[in-house]
Ligand binder design. Sequence first.
Ligand SMILES: O=C([O-])CC(=O)C(=O)O
Ligand SMILES: [Mg+2]
Length: 204
Amino acid sequence: MTDPARGHSAATLVEAAGAPIDLDPEIRAAWPGARLVGRAFTVQGTGGDNLALHLAVTRAESGDVLVVDAGAAPHGHWGEVLTVAAQARGIAGLLIDGGVRDSAEMAALGFSVFSRRNAIRGTRKDFPGIFGRTVRVGGVLISPGDLIVGDADGVVAIPSAQVARVLDHADERVAQEQRHFERLRAGERTIDLYEFGAPYRQEV
Ligand SMILES: O=C([O-])CC(=O)C(=O)O
Ligand SMILES: [Mg+2]
């Protein structure tokens, strides 16, 4: 299987989907250059508590992305210890609506994390969480098995039933844009390529 989302950027995928699959732009990579690709293992947590994350690391499968609703709370729900534990189990990365800490260590380990913010405040360890339910992260409902792709521009969540269609459409878009780049380098204008209205295309 070619996947890891066929190398497509989050921006290409949101255009290809033709639907609002993009998360709140405040959900960002915890360190520059992080790229996240994988199927969602969903975790309903609660703000300021990270017991659910310690348990999720033991339940998720290799290649999964942990997708966590932590109530957008300004706590460090995840850090270096959980990163090392997750990597040892082959977990692909973390998407969390909440804060994380130890971003420099996550970068050094190459573990991709996308979060609402970096935050150093510690957490309780009381709420065991709920796994395998639809969760709301970055304003988008994400179900188990949905495809998550995150990069420097943001994050998309593609419903599992839509993945094949969106990836095929993304392949077509990239091929078409390559043809457009050739024409632009040969001197054509974007307003002609995209066939904007005639008034805008008058010779100047
Ligand atoms: O408090 C926690 O469990 C989170 C943390 O700092 C770590 O994973 O290093
Ligand atoms: Mg720590």
